[in-house]
Design a protein around this ligand. Structure first.
Ligand code: TYM
Length: 330
């Protein structure tokens, strides 16, 4: 298949404690695999972003490898995608400083990650406020056009669009204005308690949980208190919301019928969900375990990716440095 070179796709995921979860997978990463077949794709492990929360060097390296293994296990092919580690390109920090000098502080203060942390009374490092600027730099450094993410990243992409427009107005057309790709069906994947699946709510299902743990977590999904005989609404049920994203159409119709007919308890629906999830995730789990046991190979993949990413970054930075008047004359 020939790729649409005109549209460059970029996205990133933070390496943090534990593995990526089903929300990351369904909301973003699963789509990366399909997009890589049709577009030029850049996917990264955003370890600089993770510095806001991970304060142990050894741990961060481990999380970075775990996330790189996850990308590879779900089917990202480093031959067709530029798969890289954010911090391998110092250019991203240089660009983020330049963008920061052109971005109103008031907008950063409205950032939802910062507001949430303050509302919870968390100790906030400056990096958390600066976070959207670094994300804008991730996107603009590679002149990306399309950004597949979950709904929680919408505000960050709006900020990126704003800054790209502002920079273009001030310095000439340098950056494409990127478009978010957020899917209605997968924008917010619910966690075990029905809130957005998130590590910070501790309501997540790890993508590579063992079969036993996966089953245990699925059985914990919160449902309403209707009894076995009651007719139930599949669309209002967290179990069915996840089932729809793993099952084919005839499986979905069959389970929806069981909900509406009555006579089926939620425990039975949960077992059906476990079956379809396990079927999709079992081979991914195996591949993940294999990759994670080969840190040297993971390093090779990331280094190769960084080399390719750096060629793009160098071009953008040369153009930008010249336009804004820093560095020697080209
Ligand atoms: P992060 O690491 O929090 O999440 C990675 C991706 O998973 C999506 N996601 C979800 N989608 C649907 N439902 C959920 N419950 C759910 N939980 C997480 C996120 O929306 C995201 O797409 N700031 C970003 C990382 C980043 C980035 C970038 C993304 C840094 N630079 C450049 C795109 C482009 C973040 O923290 O994602």
């Amino acid at each position: 298949m020939s790729k649409d070179k005109k549209k460059r796709v970029l996205s990133g995921v933070q390496p943090s404690a534990g593995q990526v979860h089903v929300g990351n997978y369904l909301g973003a990463m699963k789509r990366f695999v399909h997009l890589a077949k049709e577009h030029e794709t850049f996917f990264c492990v955003v370890d600089l972003h993770a510095l806001n929360t991970v304060k142990d060097g050894k741990e961060l390296r481990g999380y970075t490898h775990s996330l790189a293994a996850a990308y590879l296990a779900i089917g990202i092919d480093p031959e067709e995608t530029v798969l890289f580690r954010q911090s391998d390109l110092p250019e991203v920090c240089e660009l983020s400083w330049i963008l920061a000098c052109n971005f109103p502080l008031g907008l950063l203060e409205r950032g939802h990650a910062l507001k949430d942390a303050r509302a919870k009374g968390d100790k906030v490092d400056s990096g958390l406020m600066y976070y959207p600027i670094l994300m804008a730099a991730d996107i603009l450094l590679y002149k990306a056009n399309l950004i597949p993410v979950g709904a929680d990243q919408k505000q960050h992409i709006e900020m990126t669009r704003e800054i790209a427009q502002k920079m273009n107005l001030a310095y000439g057309e340098i950056f494409p204005v990127p478009e978010p790709m957020i899917e209605e069906a997968t924008g917010v994947i619910p966690g075990l308690d029905g809130r957005k699946m998130s590590k910070s709510y501790d309501n997540y299902i790890g993508l590579f949980e063992t079969e036993k743990k996966l089953k245990k977590k699925v059985m914990k999904i919160v449902t309403d208190s209707l009894g076995v005989e009651d007719k139930k609404d599949p669309q209002a049920c967290n179990v069915f919301k996840l089932y729809k994203l793993f099952a084919d159409e005839s499986q979905q119709a069959a389970l929806a019928d069981k909900y509406s007919a009555g006579g089926m308890g939620y425990g039975e629906a949960k077992l059906d969900l476990f079956e379809v999830m396990n079927q999709e995730l079992a081979p991914l789990r195996e591949s993940y375990q294999d990759w994670v046991s080969r840190p040297d190979d993971l390093e090779d993949v990331l280094r190769q990716g960084a080399k390719k990413a750096r060629e793009e970054a160098a071009d953008t930075m040369a153009e930008l440095r010249n336009a804004i008047g820093i560095g020697p004359l080209p």
